[in-house]
Design a binder for this molecule. Sequence first.
Ligand code: PEP
Ligand code: MG
Length: 588
Amino acid sequence: MPHPNNREVILQGTAVSPGIGFAPAHVLARGVATPETYSISEHRIDAEKQRFLEAVERTRVQLERLQEEIERISGEDEGLIFEAHLMVLEDPALSKRTNKAIEERKQNAESAFFAVIGTYVEAMRRVNDPYLAERATDIDDVAQRVLKNFSSVKDSDEYDSPDHRHIVVAFDLSPSDTVSMDRNQMRGFATEQGSVNSHTAILARSLGIPAVVGLAEAVLDVRENQPAILDGFSGKLILNPTHETIRFYEDLRKQKRDEQMALQELREKRTQTKDGRSITLSANIEFDQEIPQVRESGAEGIGLFRSEFFLLESGTVPNEDQQTEVYTRLAQGTKPHQTIIRTLDAGGDKLPAEPLLEPEPNPFLGWRGIRVSLSRIPMFRDQLRAVLRASAHGKLGVMFPLVSGLNELRLAKDILKECMEELHKENIAFDENMDVGVMIEVPSAAIIADILAKEVDFFSIGTNDLIQYTVAVDRINKQVSSYYRPTNPGVVRLIKNTINAANDNGIWTGICGEMAGQLELTPLLLGLGINELSVGTHQLPRVKKALRSLDYAQCTSMADKALQMPFARDILALSREVAQSAYPDLID
Ligand code: PEP
Ligand code: MG
């Protein structure tokens, strides 16, 4: 049922790129349009094959142009998204099967191509794997372009943008849709599909466009030009907003802008509590193009560089020299602060290390994190050598994800040591004292933190995973999301155990999971004795303000109390109460 003309409708999704957009909806058609099908005579077969070849060639030229365009706007890594599209296009099996289908079916080229590409997409969608589902969207995108390019009329590769401000509403958006859009007129993306790690979400963030994904199916009932507001902070698409709603969002937008301006003033200020406890506040990033945002946010370096995004985006892992360039840019771009490179964390809900691998029954409990690196030693060595080489150009640190015990940590450190010895022999400079850390994100690692602390320079607690493994709740499964509670007493005690072990061994502890940016939990984390918080750049100034408004001594006694509490909700309420009185303007 289409949304009624005038009643306000609020659709809830997942906010993946912050900001508020006001504009009429512009609805994109779903999926790939079915082409016309007709029979051809024997003597047309070669001509149809030729038409197919030409459509593919035209598509290739367009994709290469789009790739250049996105590289110009957002940098080389974003452009690599189109490598995946070009690979689909150049797949010899695709052309072989299409040509065969033209011959056997004696049908026009577009219908033969449509049938063949449909089997690819079907196969990928049938496997219950988020990565392959996203690749299916890439294939749909390529298919759409090739089909358009069969037409002899010269088809523009311009996205059909209205010439007025609009919010794009779609089933899903492909990277090429996103890049082709008129960014001057676009006020946001709202899609039924998609996830935080989808290409579209990544691009929205780097282009600074508000975006909400994973909206209910109701998104498909949105009508062209229906008035809308997109709330990229709380993940809402509001259709036919009432006057009150419009006023609320105008105020909110103004408040966010004022806040942003006011927070700018904090940029150069130290991150210190009212009673003088210093905390290192650093940034989480995925791409080196985010270095300017890191600097603007006032971060003291990068606490988590999720290297898998750039390593796996193009389908082939960059070699040692290519990686050295990226890590060097990070080292130089964040001087005099530190950048911590997290080694490849493939698997789970992330990009797989090897796209053609058989899907695992329990990917979160499977081949991910350090386990992948330890079973692909040459790839791991390339990464470690690259990090070491870049460490000569600034302050770098390295840390290992998903370590469950001392064995993996020792193996990883041994390989690092071998890489250091090799570089010595090759007379290649590196920082001999580069910090080596371990992520604490598996309960067994948190429990033996006293053992691990003797082997590393720091701990970085990955609460996103630590919560899911401690409470046994899949971090992306909506059905059990009410169990995913950062203040679960078991989680809070594991964090405390980790901090105690670090203190006893003279090393520091940070948190780089999403919990580090949750302002109602800042008093709790501070009180537990955390030394570093690493958060997304858009959230960082708020966390700085929160920390500067708190009293460490008060938070310590609050945390002591929290550690004795049996219920997650009570721990949350306690921390929230302190937050509310210290910085009411930042708490909803
Ligand atoms: C975490 O698990 O908290 C973390 C920071 O790592 P990721 O979210 O990349 O798994
Ligand atoms: Mg993790």
